[in-house]
Design a binder for this molecule. Structure first.
Ligand SMILES: Cc1cc2nc3c(=O)[nH]c(=O)nc-3n(C[C@H](O)[C@H](O)[C@H](O)COP(=O)(O)OP(=O)(O)OC[C@H]3O[C@@H](n4cnc5c(N)ncnc54)[C@H](O)[C@@H]3O)c2cc1C
Length: 848
C-alpha cells in the first residue's frame, strides 16, 4: 500500500468515487481512496437508482443537472455502463395547493432553463397508464429524470478515476486519524498509516464515526428506507410493446410514493410519515452488504393510497422488499466543504440522493480543493451552514421531521416544530407568554417573527398567499414608522477583532475603509473572484478594537474564512461572542425620545449622529449602542450581555409607554427594509453576484488598498456589471413573491441575443469542465424570462407588493410601465422598477 498521498478519500460509495474522479480529472492524480470493504458497501449498492434535476434550491438543482449530464462522459472514459434510462418523470398534484406548488416549481425552473411542463392528469396517464387519473388535478412533467444502475455507476466513477491516475485501496478500514504539528494528516488503517495533505470524509453511513475520529459531531443521521419490487406486470409489458417506450417515473405526493418501471414490473418506494432512524448513536462497523428487516406495517398508509391511485398494483405480486439505511442532514441537503476549525479536512457526506447529487458534490469539492473556491454558490450544501447547536438529539429530531415531509408542501411562512426550542434568549417567556409572539427558528435561536393579537392563537396558517400574519405585521410596521417599536436582534453573528494588526487585517478583508473610533461602516467582503461572500457592520470601539456584526446563519462560514486569513504572528485576535451577546433594536421617529430617558449622556443628533457607535449604560446596564437600524428610520441597536436583556427591554417598554411603543418582529423588519431597497444576505447578496451588480458601489473603495477581490471588482467596475439588483413594484393581489420567481420582459430576439443569462443552466448542457452552457430561457411571443426574484413581500407602509431581484444591467434602466412581469403561482403580474427607495429615498429620517 502507498504510504503517502496528496489526498486520502475515505469511503468507496458513489460519493467518494465521484470525489476521487473529479480530483483526478482536475489534475490531482496523487489521490487515494480507502474503502473498508468493497466499493458500494454502504448505502450505494441497494439504492433505487432514481435521478432528477428538480430541487427547491436552484444552486443544488444546477449541480443535480450537472450530475445527470456527466453520465455519458463517465461511460466514455471508463468503458463501464451506468445503465442509464432517461425516461422523464411526472409529479402528480392531488389538490389545488399542490398544484400551486407545481406551478411555482415550474416557474422557478424557467430561470434555470429547465424544460418542465404543466400537464393534465390525462396527459400524465398517457405516459403511465397504471394510474387512476381521477385522483389528481394536474401534473408537472420533467424530461430530465430517470434511473440507472447504482453499482455500475459507482464502478464507472472508480474506473475513470483509476484511468486518470488515482489509486483505490479496498478491504482496509480507516481506524483513526491524527494530525502532526505541521498539518500533515496520518490516516491509520488496518494495513498501515497513510500520510497526506488532505483528508476527505466520504464515509456515508459511517461519516459520523469518521468525523468523531477528529473530534467532530457531524449533523447527520441514517434513516431506514423501503421500496418494493413487483413481479412482472402485464400492464407494464403491454405499454412497452404498444409504445416502444418505458414507463416514466411518477411521484405521488399524497401517498408519499415514488414509482418507476424496473424490468417488466414496478419499483415503488415511500417516504412514510413514521420514518425510523437506524443506528441513531453509533453505526456498527461490522454492518456489511446487508439489508434490514422489511416492515410493511410502517408503510401501510402509503401503500393504501398507492393501491387507490394506481389500482394495478393491488393485483401485482411483490418479488422483493428492500429496506436499507441512508443518511440525511437536518435539511436533507449534503454536508460538503472544508470543516471550520480544522486544516484540510473536507466533508463529502449526508448525500441523500447520491445518483442525482454525487457528481455535483465531487465537482464542488474538487474545485474547492484544487482552485480554492467551489466555483458556484453552494451554501445550500456547505457543511458550514450548521453550528455546534446541531447536536445528536437535535439532528435526530430534525432528520425525522425532514424525512416525513419529503413529499409535503413547504410553505414560505412555515416554521417547523421539531427540535425546538433549541436556544432561547432571556426574553423568551416574556415574548411567548406575555406578548403572544409567533416565534421563528433563526439558526437554532427562537426569535419573535410577529405578534398575534391578545386572545388569538399565535400561529401562522401555512399558505402561499397572504396569511394570518398580514394584518398584524401591517400594524407593527405602522407602529414603528409613525412612532416607535422595539424588537429582538440576538439573531446576528457578533465578533470582536483586536490587536495591533486588527485594522490592517480587516481592511485587507473588507471592501470599505475602516471607520474612525466611535464610527460605523457597512462593508461587503469579497472572494478572490470579486464575488460577495459577506456583508458586515463594523464599529471601531477604540484603538485596535473593532466590533463586527454579520449574518448568524453564515457565522461558521465566515469564521472559516476569517481563520484561514488570520496572520500567524498573533497581531490579530478574533473573538466570537455567540450568545454571550444579545441585542434589542428600537426604531421610529420617537426612538431617540425613548432612549434619551435611559442614558446619561446627550444623544441629540449633534452628539450621537447616524452611524455613530458608543459604549454607554442603558438604564444602568453596560451596552454597546449603534445608531443604525435596518428599518430605515431613526433607530438604534443596543447590544448587551444576556444578564441585562430583561432589564433593558422592560426599561425601553416603560420609557416608550408615552409614545405607544410597540413590539415588532422580524417580518415587519424585513418588510420595512424592502421599502428602503436594502438588500439582505443569502437573498440579494450571494457569491454569484459582484458588488456593483448588487448596487453596493458606495461601500467599495477600489483605491484604498489591495483588499481581497479588489482586482476582480475593479474589472467589474471598468466593464460595467452584467446584472443589476432592482426593486420592483408588483401588481400582485393576494400573494406576494417569495423568491426565485422569473421576471419577464418584452424584448425582441435581436435584443435578447445580447442579454446574459448567468443564472440559467440550460437543461443538462455542460462542457467537460462542468461549466454551464447557457440556454435562452422561456419565451412567449415577444416576452422572455430575463431575470429572477431574490426576495420580496408586502410593503405595509408604502402599501405595495415589492420584489427585489436581478436583471441584465441594460434592462435595469427601463423604469417605464408595461415593461416587466413577474410570475407568481403561474400568473404573470405587471411589475415596474422603482427608481428609488419607496420610503424616505433621501435617507433624511435615519439621519435626523
Ligand atoms: C433503499 C434506498 C433507496 C435509495 N434510492 C435512491 C435513489 O433512487 N436515488 C438516489 O440518488 N439515491 C438513493 N438512495 C440514497 C443513496 O444510496 C445514497 O445517497 C448514496 O449511496 C450515498 O453514497 P455515499 O458514497 O455517500 O455513502 P455510502 O454508499 O454509504 O458509502 C460509504 C462508503 O464508505 C466506506 N467507509 C465507511 N467508513 C469507512 C472507514 N472507516 N474506512 C474505510 N471505508 C469506510 C463504506 O464501507 C462505504 O462503502 C437510496 C438509499 C436507500 C437505502
Amino acid at each position: 500500500m502507498k504510504t503517502d498521498a496528496r489526498v486520502v478519500v475515505i469511503g468507496g460509495g458513489v460519493v467518494g468515487c465521484s470525489v476521487l474522479f473529479h480530483l483526478a480529472r482536475a489534475g490531482w492524480t496523487d489521490v487515494m481512496l480507502i474503502e473498508r470493504s468493497e466499493l458500494t458497501s454502504g448505502s450505494s449498492w441497494h439504492a433505487a437508482g432514481g435521478f432528477h434535476t428538480l430541487n427547491g434550491d436552484p444552486d443544488i438543482a444546477k449541480l443535480q443537472a450537472y450530475t445527470v449530464s456527466l453520465y455519458d462522459e463517465l461511460e466514455k472514459i471508463s468503458g463501464q455502463s451506468c445503465g442509464l434510462h432517461l425516461t422523464g418523470g411526472v409529479m402528480m398534484a392531488d389538490t389545488p395547493e399542490r398544484m400551486d406548488f407545481l406551478r411555482m416549481t415550474h416557474a422557478r425552473g424557467r430561470c434555470l432553463g429547465m424544460q418542465t411542463e404543466l400537464i393534465t392528469p390525462a396527459e400524465a396517464k398517457a405516459m403511465f397508464p397504471l394510474m387512476d387519473e381521477s385522483n389528481f388535478v394536474g401534473a408537472l412533467w420533467d424530461p430530465v429524470e430517470g434511473h440507472l444502475d447504482p453499482s455500475g455507476t459507482t464502478h464507472a466513477y472508480a474506473k475513470a478515476a483509476r484511468i486518470l491516475g488515482a489509486t483505490i485501496e479496498l478491504r482496509n478500514p480507516v481506524t483513526d486519524i491524527t494530525q502532526d504539528p505541521d498539518g500533515t494528516w496520518n490516516v491509520v488503517t488496518k494495513n498501515g498509516v497513510v500520510r497526506c495533505e488532505h483528508v476527505v470524509n466520504a464515509a456515508g453511513l459511517w461519516a459520523r464515526e469518521v468525523g468523531r475520529m477528529v473530534g467532530l459531531e457531524l449533523p447527520l443521521l441514517a434513516m431506514e428506507h423501503m421500496y418494493l419490487l413487483t413481479d412482472d406486470m402485464p400492464e407494464v409489458m403491454e405499454f412497452n410493446q404498444e409504445t416502444g417506450r418505458e414507463l416514466v417515473g411518477v411521484i405521488d405526493f399524497k401517498g408519499e410514493i415514488y414509482t418507476r418501471q424496473e424490468r417488466n414490473g414496478i419499483l415503488l418506494g415511500t417516504y412514510e410519515k413514521a420514518g425510523k432512524p437506524w443506528s441513531p448513536n453509533n453505526t456498527p462497523w461490522d454492518f456489511g452488504h446487508e439489508l434490514l428487516a422489511p416492515d410493511l406495517d410502517r408503510i401501510a398508509p402509503s401503500l393504501e393510497v398507492g393501491f387507490k391511485h394506481f389500482p394495478a398494483f393491488e393485483n401485482a405480486g411483490i418479488k422483493q422488499v428492500v429496506n436499507g439505511p441512508f443518511t440525511f442532514a437536518p435539511d436533507g441537503n449534503p454536508l460538503v466543504g472544508p470543516v471550520q476549525g480544522l486544516t484540510n479536512f473536507w466533508s463529502a457526506c449526508a448525500v441523500m440522493a447520491g445518483f442525482s447529487q454525487g457528481g455535483g458534490v465531487g465537482l464542488t469539492l474538487a474545485n474547492w480543493m484544487v482552485h480554492g473556491d467551489p466555483g458556484n454558490d453552494v451554501f445550500g450544501m456547505d457543511v458550514a451552514r450548521y453550528g455546534d447547536w446541531t447536536t445528536l438529539r437535535y439532528t435526530n429530531a430534525k432528520v425525522r421531521e425532514n424525512y416525513s415531509r419529503r413529499f409535503s408542501i413547504s410553505y414560505p411562512n412555515e416554521e417547523l416544530p421539531a427540535g425546538r426550542p433549541q436556544q432561547t434568549t432571556p426574553l423568551y417567556d416574556i415574548m411567548t407568554r406575555d406578548n403572544n409572539a409567533v416565534m421563528g427558528d433563526s439558526w437554532g435561536l427562537e426569535t419573535p417573527i410577529w405578534f398575534a393579537p391578545q386572545g388569538a392563537e399565535p400561529i401562522d396558517v401555512p399558505s402561499f398567499h397572504r396569511s394570518t400574519d398580514f394584518a398584524q405585521v401591517g400594524k407593527e410596521v405602522r407602529g414603528v414608522r409613525s412612532s416607535v417599536g422595539v424588537t429582538e436582534i440576538a439573531n446576528f453573528a457578533k465578533y470582536e477583532v483586536t490587536g495591533a494588526g486588527a485594522e490592517a487585517w480587516l481592511s485587507h478583508l473588507m471592501t470599505n475603509n475602516m471607520p474612525r473610533t466611535g464610527r460605523i461602516v457597512l462593508t461587503p467582503m469579497l472572494n478572490e473572484a470579486g464575488k460577495l461572500i459577506g456583508d458586515f457592520t463594523i464599529a471601531k470601539a477604540g484603538d485596535n478594537r473593532f466590533q463586527i456584526w454579520g449574518s448568524s446563519a453564515a457565522q461558521v462560514y465566515h469564521m472559516r474564512w476569517f481563520e484561514q486569513h488570520l496572520p500567524d504572528d498573533g497581531s490579530v485576535r478574533l473573538h466570537l461572542y455567540g450568545m454571550s451577546m444579545v441585542g434589542l433594536s428600537i426604531a421610529g421617529p420617537n426612538a431617540r425620545n425613548v432612549l434619551q430617558k435611559l442614558v446619561d449622556s446627550d444623544i441629540s443628533n449633534e452628539n450621537f449622529r447616524f452611524l455613530d457607535f458608543a459604549e454607554m449604560a442603558v438604564d444602568g446596564a453596560p451596552c454597546k449602542v449603534n445608531r443604525i437600524t435596518y428599518s430605515g428610520d431613526l433607530g438604534y441597536e443596543i447590544w448587551m450581555e444576556p444578564a441585562y436583556q430583561r432589564r433593558v427591554y422592560k426599561a425601553l417598554k416603560s420609557a416608550g409607554a408615552q409614545f405607544d411603543i410597540i413590539d415588532f418582529g422580524m417580518r415587519a423588519l424585513l418588510s420595512m427594509r424592502l421599502e428602503k431597497n436594502f438588500p439582505t444576505w443569502f437573498a440579494e447578496l450571494r457569491p454569484i453576484y459582484g458588488p456593483y451588480e448588487a448596487d453596493m458601489d458606495r461601500f467599495v473603495k477600489l483605491s484604498k488598498n489591495d483588499f481581497i477581490g479588489r482586482d476582480a471588482a475593479a474589472r467589474e467596475f471598468a466593464d460595467g456589471p452584467a446584472l443589476k439588483r432592482v426593486t420592483l413594484v408588483v401588481d400582485a393581489d393576494t400573494a406576494d413573491v417569495i423568491c426565485d420567481e422569473p421576471i419577464w420582459a418584452r424584448v425582441g430576439d435581436k435584443d435578447y441575443a445580447t442579454i446574459p443569462t448567468p443564472h440559467g443552466f440550460g437543461g443538462t448542457r455542460f462542457d467537460a469542465k462542468g461549466t454551464i452552457i447557457p440556454k435562452p430561457p422561456s419565451t412567449d411571443g415577444d416576452w422572455r424570462v430575463v431575470g429572477w426574484v431574490t426576495s420580496g413581500g408586502y410593503g405595509h407602509w408604502v402599501k405595495a407588493s415589492l420584489a427585489q431581484g436581478y436583471l441584465p444591467a441594460q434592462l435595469a434602466k427601463n423604469t417605464g410601465s408595461g415593461l416587466f412581469e413577474i410570475e407568481i403561482l403561474g400568473i404573470r403580474y405587471a411589475a415596474k422598477i422603482a427608481e428609488q427607495a419607496l420610503f424616505d429615498p433621501s435617507g433624511s429620517k435615519m439621519r435626523s
